[in-house]
Every structure is written in C-alpha cells, then in structure tokens.
Design a protein around this ligand. Sequence first.
Ligand code: ADP
Ligand code: MG
Length: 261
Amino acid sequence: MSVETEHLEAMLSRLKLTLLRDQLDTLLDEAARRELNLREALVFLCEAEIARKDQRRIAMGTSIAKFPFVRTLDGFDYDAQPSLDAKQLRELATSRWVGNGDTLLLQGPPGVGKTHLAVALGRAAIERGHSVLFTQATHLVAALAKANAEGTLEQRLRHFTKPKLLIIDELGYLPFTANAAHLFFQLVSRRYERGSVLITSNRSVGEWGQVFTDAVVATAILDRLLHHSHVITIRGDSFRLREKRRSGLLKADRVNHQTTA
Ligand code: ADP
Ligand code: MG
C-alpha cells in the first residue's frame, strides 16, 4: 500500500467514513467510469457513505426494537381492509405523530392486521430516526410487576420510558390485576407528553374499564393516553381466514361463523 493510500485511509477512518475507506478503489473507479467532475464525485461519495450509515442505523434500530416479525406498509393490502383510511395511514407513515409524542390506538378483532401495522409503523419511525421498542402488554406488566417485587421498578420504568415510541401489543386480551393496572398507570404517566405510545387492542376504548379492573385507574390512564391521540378502528374479516377461504380451505359460511363467534 502506498504511503499516500495509507494516509488517506487513516483520514477516512478518523472521519468515520468507513464505506469510503473500505471501498475506495471501487467507488473511485465508478466515479471515473461515470466521468464525474470533482463536485459530482463528492456528491456521489457522500451519498454512498450516507446510504450505508442509514442502512446500519436502521438495522441496529430494528434489532433493538424486538419486533415479532418483519412487516412493512408496502406489504399491507389496503383493498383487503376497506375500513382503513389509506390517506390517514400515509400520514401516520411520515411518523410526525411520533415526533409530536402522540398516542396511536389500533383496535379491532383478531387477524385484521393490527400487529402488522404496528410493526410497519414502528419500522417507519426507525427510518425517520426515532428509537422504538415493541412489547406485548402481558410481557410489559409481568416485567413491571417482577421489578416492583425485586425493588428495581425504577430501572424497568426507565427502560420502557426511554424509547421515543413504545409499542404495546395485545392490550386487553387479559384483564390486568389492580397492581398491574397501577404499574401500567405509572408508566403511562412517565411517558405522557414525552414519548409516543402505540397500542393494539381487541377491545374498544369504552371497554378499558374492564381491562384495568378499576374504573378510576382506567380513567386516569385513558385521560393521558387520549389527550393527543389517533384512534383507528379496523373492522372486517380476519386476514388469515380470508386467505384460507380464498385458497378453498374454508367455506365462506364457516368463516362468517368463526369471525363473529
Ligand atoms: P392482528 O394483530 O390484528 O391479530 P396480524 O397483524 O397479526 O393481526 O395479522 C395476521 C396476519 O395476516 C399477519 O401475518 C399479517 O401480516 C397478515 N395481514 C393482516 N392483514 C393484512 C393486510 N391487510 N395485508 C397484508 N397482510 C395482512
Ligand atoms: Mg396481533
């Protein structure tokens, strides 16, 4: 390696331009092949470096978020869910609501795409530079209750307060004990007007009194969550059953019976 190349690599390392450092020859050849002038070449190199940094940041953010599966908004079939407003979802996909610290509630029966949308919107938020954490409601309260019993509640609360967007999946499938509801209230209060919360639930907001056992705690939680909020109600058939019906595994009347049960 020439002294000049070594010097250049050392400078690129110091500037943390790792893609330029690692692929310098290929990139310079490409710039030459395209006959770029100096300014154009600089643009080309900066874009390449930024693309790689974005890619890494998104990969890192996605792994920290602990999504249960990979889903995107592009992979969502809007025609299958006519109760959804595509324009509203496009607006949510900009993640402005996350920047504002708003709450988003996705409610509807099982299989209509709530978790899919939660993961896809979470990923969109990461792309916009926000930190995200995905958790199931039962896991969340179990973790808080355990920490409370062990005297480490403060750390746990901080863990769930830190991400700019906290996604709480499947709230309401199981009712909370009074203790769990109180711990959940503490978390919601901490996040209030600081970070965003996305909640998916098979229960409508009106039924949350039952979820949190205590109507007073439920009101206090809702008061904070709904202050700056967007509520999306998804109706219609389970996507899973729909796919099965389409492939002939289920007869239509049987599906209707199952989804209304
Ligand atoms: P929910 O959380 O409402 O119970 P999910 O989001 O888990 O439902 O959806 C069930 C499965 O069906 C997932 O694999 C999801 O990706 C898929 N799915 C649901 N709705 C749609 C849709 N409109 N377009 C594409 N896939 C969908
Ligand atoms: Mg789900």
